[in-house]
Design a protein around this ligand. Sequence first.
Ligand SMILES: CCCCCCCC/C=C\CCCCCCCC(=O)SCCNC(=O)CCNC(=O)[C@H](O)C(C)(C)COP(=O)(O)OP(=O)(O)OC[C@H]1O[C@@H](n2cnc3c(N)ncnc32)[C@H](O)[C@@H]1OP(=O)(O)O
Length: 204
Amino acid sequence: MNRSNLTVPPEGAPVPAPHPDAPVGVPLGPHYARCFGCGPDHPTGLHLEAVSEDGLGVSATFTVGDVHQGAPGLAHGGVLATAMDEALGMVVWLLRKPYVTGRLETDYVLPVPVGATLYIRTRCTGVVGRKAYLEAEARMDAVDGPVAVRAAALFVEVPVAHFERHGAGTSGGDGAATSGGAGTSGGGAGGVASAADLGRRVNP
Ligand SMILES: CCCCCCCC/C=C\CCCCCCCC(=O)SCCNC(=O)CCNC(=O)[C@H](O)C(C)(C)COP(=O)(O)OP(=O)(O)OC[C@H]1O[C@@H](n2cnc3c(N)ncnc32)[C@H](O)[C@@H]1OP(=O)(O)O
């Protein structure tokens, strides 16, 4: 894909193993029940479903719905970037450390119609200090279908306080904190209900 050097790891950057508590080969479940990308409680979200792969990688599916259109009958590009962002974020979540997207680069290769299912594969290509380098590819309607979207990203590790400081209504106790749902079925990854909950689940 066309990518800047900001999303390419320096030569020899190591790819760490997933945290021992991270699930392998089972559905990850949502990381947060109201997440726009993966949350089951989000009415118009992407409802991305993902499974971890060997090494530090994830495979995920996203089916484009009516509510995801930009041009008539076609997925909005921002929605597709969100799906890639979400699937990339699931990779670093396997490290059991909080990360946020610092930079996301996207190549739109094919138009993606409503009703299409994207098969997204993401992997970490290196970690240096707080910076995790990641890449992703989405194929249309089959795991070996044509490539529709490619992405590369730099995620930056942040302290749990990042979410406590900047998130509105996520510290628990108000309407934003749900049961978390995540990981309560299918051996999921262990979702969070609040920033405080995130603090209990990540590994410093
Ligand atoms: C209720 C709580 C629930 C929480 C649940 C969380 C669980 C997560 C689990 C699972 C995730 C699943 C999926 C999620 C998917 C979606 C992820 C998103 O969409 S995240 C939202 C969008 N992103 C932001 O809102 C970031 C906003 N930006 C920032 O906060 C800062 O700019 C930040 C943290 C990215 C960097 O700020 P600094 O002050 O901490 O650090 P500095 O020193 O600036 O950067 C550190 C290094 O990174 C590089 N860097 C930073 N930004 C860069 C950029 N845009 N491009 C290139 N390099 C960059 C810098 O050059 C520096 O590199 P050098 O150490 O000097 O080598």
